[in-house]
Write a new protein. Structure first.
Length: 160
């Protein structure tokens, strides 16, 4: 019986170490910088455009801004679930890029182009808005730049 005790002790020590490593790995995956940008590997969706909710214009002290997000592509009138935006606060401008949950791309799955109902969302900033401009990142790069929602440019605030 005596030889089994050191083996059990050794196994307990190994399990504790493994458990500690597992906890550290999970915590490392949750960490990150104070940036509000999406981490690499974050959920990718379909392109969306956005505008400041005209019923709730932001003040200079705002850190939370009510926005209306719309799926860019055809979806039978439905925008769907809004994903966390990529927010880049750069000097006197804040570039915000939204995506929405991707639609199923099954063979024969066609969606009508009725225009998609906007979905209200809250845009959270790391600092007060102040006098900075808000820009729709989808209008600056990618396929949205040449579409109707971006026809007047990428500026979303102050109102164009």
């Amino acid at each position: 019986m005596k030889p089994a005790v050191p083996i059990l002790h050794h196994m307990k020590v190994m399990l504790r170490r493994f458990g500690l490593l597992l906890v550290l790995a999970v915590l490392a995956g949750c960490g990150g910088s104070a940036s509000t940008e999406q981490a690499a590997g974050a959920q990718q969706g379909d392109t969306a455009t956005w505008e400041v909710n005209p019923a709730s214009p932001p003040s200079e002290k705002a850190r939370s801004i009510a926005v209306m997000v719309s799926r860019l592509g055809c979806a039978g009138g439905v925008t769907g679930k809004v994903l966390a935006p990529v927010v880049r606060e750069e000097g006197q401008q804040v570039i915000v890029t939204y995506q929405v949950e991707a639609l199923p791309r099954e063979e024969g799955a066609d969606y009508t182009c009725l225009g998609n109902a906007p979905v209200e969302s809250s845009l959270l900033l790391a600092a007060e808005l102040g006098t900075r401009s808000l820009l729709d990142g989808a209008c600056l790069e990618g396929q949205a730049g040449s579409t109707g929602p971006c026809a007047a440019g990428a500026s979303r605030w102050p109102a164009p």
